[in-house]
Write a protein that binds this ligand. Structure first.
Ligand code: DGY
Length: 331
């Protein structure tokens, strides 16, 4: 008689998830879990070694999933589930070629990321970093009628680059700050229906650059948006523009940003994302007092990260069980 050995599907988890999500995965008794337990990004050689023969990968945006990883995994691999909404770290064409599904975590981080975008807009317009430093360094001398003056959002024009879920949630949050004469304009490849509620007008990219007092980068990173913000773009912007990026670092050509800042072309900058991450503490960007940088924390609330973790777990479990993914980029 023939004995068929049915083995449980193998899942490689590259990082420890928020506790609730981790529990769901660990309590899924029909899978065999390979967990990179160090609370560090899995080294590339470990990823390449441990991925061999698995059926599913649950990864983070810190892991580059390319042909080399997929080759190392071999033909057993059915699903890659990233605990992120962005998937520029995954070579989607290589996945498609091999019929591997890709799961991601849209929707659940929209609110948290929009909140952080607003935070960076306010921090940048009101010189929060300089203010905190002044207090901490004992340089806060007295109240002055002209001390630490920032700029106000009332009656300003805000330009949103990429009116997707996060761009739209950001616009809804910022709208009440604008008063009656403020405006929201946006640049997006397609007209967005909900922009009507916002009274937001779709404009060409150059027009957004010329008109905006505040620019929020909320688009995804792809071939079209990579280094979309470069020196010639910075030159087209208003002189005191506030620029905020909560999307991906390489949408901005960072050396050009340094140049534009040193030439005084920009009022203030707020970044949640940089190239590389982490940014070296001696990076020239950190020398400008009008640049505020936070360490890629757009989605970093316990609530949001738990929802992202749960969704990533569901995606990988469905994938290895041969079911369609609840949130698939490709299947
Ligand atoms: C994402 O999900 O793509 C964010 O950058 C991290 O939450």
């Amino acid at each position: 008689s023939v004995i068929i050995h049915m083995t449980n599907p193998k899942v490689l988890l590259t990082r420890t998830l928020p506790p609730a999500s981790q529990n769901i995965l660990e309590n899924s008794s029909d899978i065999e879990l390979f967990h990179w337990k160090d609370d560090t990004v899995i080294p590339r050689h470990e990823l390449l070694r441990r991925v061999s023969g698995v059926n599913g990968i649950l990864c983070m945006l810190t892991e580059k999933i390319d042909a080399e990883v997929l080759d190392a995994a071999g033909p057993s691999l059915k699903v890659v589930s990233t605990m992120s909404v962005g998937y520029d770290h995954v070579d989607i064409n290589e996945l498609r070629k091999r019929n591997i599904s890709l799961g991601y975590t849209p929707e659940v981080l929209t609110e948290a990321t929009a909140d952080l975008t607003v935070l960076l807009v306010l921090a940048s317009t009101r010189r929060l970093r300089e203010g905190i430093k002044t207090v901490e360094n004992g340089e806060w001398s007295d109240w002055s009628p002209t001390g630490m003056l920032g700029t106000q959002l009332t009656n300003k024009t805000i330009g949103i680059v990429g009116l997707g879920r996060i761009g739209e949630a950001t616009a809804f949050r910022l709208k009440p700050f604008l008063g009656t004469d403020g405006k929201i304009i946006y640049y997006s490849p397609t007209e967005k229906k909900r922009s009507v509620i916002l009274g937001a007008k779709r404009v060409e990219f150059d027009s957004l650059l010329e008109k905006s007092d505040i620019i929020c980068i909320c688009c995804s990173l792809n071939e079209k948006t990579k280094e979309m913000f470069n020196y010639s773009v910075f030159k087209k912007m208003k002189k005191n523009v506030i620029l905020v990026n909560t999307a991906r670092g390489s949408i901005i050509k960072q050396d050009d940003l340094v140049r534009a800042l040193s030439e005084g072309l920009i009022g203030a900058v707020g970044l949640d994302v940089t190239t590389p991450e982490p940014l070296d503490r001696n990076h020239p960007l950190l020398k400008f007092p009008n640049v505020t940088i936070v360490p890629h924390t757009g989605s970093a609330t316990l609530e949001t990260r738990t929802l992202m973790g749960n969704l990533a777990v569901e995606n990988v479990l469905c994938g290895v069980r041969g079911l369609s993914l609840p949130n698939a980029v490709c299947s």
